[in-house]
Design a protein around this ligand. Structure first.
Ligand SMILES: NC(=O)C1=CN([C@@H]2O[C@H](COP(=O)(O)OP(=O)(O)OC[C@H]3O[C@@H](n4cnc5c(N)ncnc54)[C@H](O)[C@@H]3O)[C@@H](O)[C@H]2O)C=CC1
Ligand SMILES: CC(C)CC(=O)C(=O)O
Ligand SMILES: [Mg+2]
Length: 358
């Protein structure tokens, strides 16, 4: 069967890591006899440079008619001018909203082969396997914003809003996933202070009581969760939270496997193509050096095969290949510890391709 995959390489290390993930998908196509077609489109800073818009209409059109979308990252210091009319990040927020991708799944899974990579104690990280559901198209990132005044009175605001509908659909999706795992769901909010969090807590409790009474459910305040996550991560299974909290907690959680370069994500809606990306950004500090870790993007490609194309054996093959290269001791610079020598982004991609080819 033919699958059309849209690639959105973006900025910084985006093109480097997406190139490696594409190579891995081509290896999968060749081993399993699939017909994947690829087309690349602009998003982010490069799209601003070339069209003046971080999300050109042709990119949205291509995404809408794709089987699935694989994104690198957007942004970088070149586009950080505070007086600029638009920023690369606006393109990413808009594509998520345009496609209705309200659920961002961020698995925090350890590879046994990387036991030495985490800065945290091995006995703490051991057994970590968390699936975050981060609400992706609401909350403060999409709130009304503005500024006024001058001098010491200059003021800026950005509002945080959540509706009952937005909360229900993400909680339902997370609770359904919990049933397929170990039947435990934790909701993270800041209901002691924030009004939208109070609504979140109330609606989440209603959904859980009425529709998922069999799922073990608890709530944790986000500040405490930041601590529990690196103190007793193995106690959590499925976690559901809002846009801002999920963004921050999962970057923190990347220290469990040992690097931001290891965490993939899937952004899904009720229907239509899913968007798959690493959770990290465009890493301008290492862009162009050929040293970025492509594994998060390669693992995002595996999530794409599983969730959007229903190619489960193929997704497993990618994950097994990643475990295999790590078992062989191959490490990009972010993962290399002690005397171990780091390999390049390209070499890591090639090693995964070789494992898949067999
Ligand atoms: N989804 C996206 O496109 C996102 C874009 N951004 C944007 O990216 C730009 C840079 O943001 P930062 O705060 O520096 O966050 P970042 O995630 O790009 O980088 C943070 C640190 O992690 C390292 N890192 C990230 N990915 C890596 C990889 N694959 N391999 C090895 N090391 C890696 C970087 O070198 C850096 O030291 C900003 O413009 C930001 O807005 C940030 C987060 C998400
Ligand atoms: C719009 C992005 C820059 C936000 C982010 O950090 C993320 O989605 O992980
Ligand atoms: Mg982030």
């Amino acid at each position: 069967m033919k699958h059309s995959i849209v690639l959105l390489p973006g900025d910084g290390i985006g093109p480097e890591i997406v190139a490696q993930a594409r190579g891995v998908l081509e290896a999968v196509a060749s081993r399993f006899g699939h017909d994947f077609s690829f087309s690349s489109h602009r998003i982010g800073g490069i799209a601003i440079d070339e069209t003046g818009d971080p999300l050109p209409a042709e990119t949205v059109d291509a995404c809408r008619s794709a089987s699935a979308i694989l994104l690198g990252a957007v942004g970088g210091p070149r586009w950080d001018d505070p007086s600029a009319k638009t920023r690369p990040e606006a393109g990413l927020l808009r594509i998520r909203k345009e496609l209705g991708l309200f659920a961002n799944l961020r698995p925090i899974k350890l590879f046994d082969e990387l036991a030495d990579a985490s800065p945290l104690r091995a006995d703490i990280v051991q057994g970590t396997d968390i699936l975050f559901f981060r609400e992706l198209t609401g909350g403060v990132y999409f709130g009304e914003s503005g500024s006024s005044g001058e001098g010491e009175d200059e003021t800026a605001f950005q509002s945080m809003t959540y509706s009952r509908r937005e909360i229900k659909r993400i909680v339902r999706m997370a609770a359904t996933a919990a049933r397929e795992r170990s039947n435990r769901l934790t909701s993270v909010d800041k209901a002691n202070v924030l009004e939208p969090s109070r609504l979140w807590r109330r609606v989440a409790a209603e959904v859980m009581t009425e529709e998922f009474p069999d799922v073990q459910y608890d709530v944790v305040l986000v500040d405490a969760m930041a601590m529990h996550l690196i103190n007793r991560p193995a106690d959590f299974d499925v976690v559901v939270t809002g846009n801002l909290f999920g963004d921050i907690l999962t970057d923190e959680a990347s220290m469990l496997p040992g690097s931001l370069g290891m965490l993939p994500s899937a952004s899904l809606g009720e229907s239509g193509p899913g968007l798959y990306e690493p959770i990290h950004g465009s890493a301008p500090d290492i862009a162009g050096k050929g040293i970025a870790n492509p594994l998060a993007t390669i693992l995002a490609a595996a999530m794409m095969l599983r969730h959007s194309l229903s190619l489960h054996a193929e997704a497993d093959a990618i994950e097994t290949a990643v475990a295999g290269v790590l078992a062989d001791g191959l490490r990009t610079a972010d993962l290399a510890r002690g005397d171990s020598e780091a390999i390049s982004c390209e070499a890591m991609g090639a090693a995964v391709v070789k494992k898949i080819a067999g």
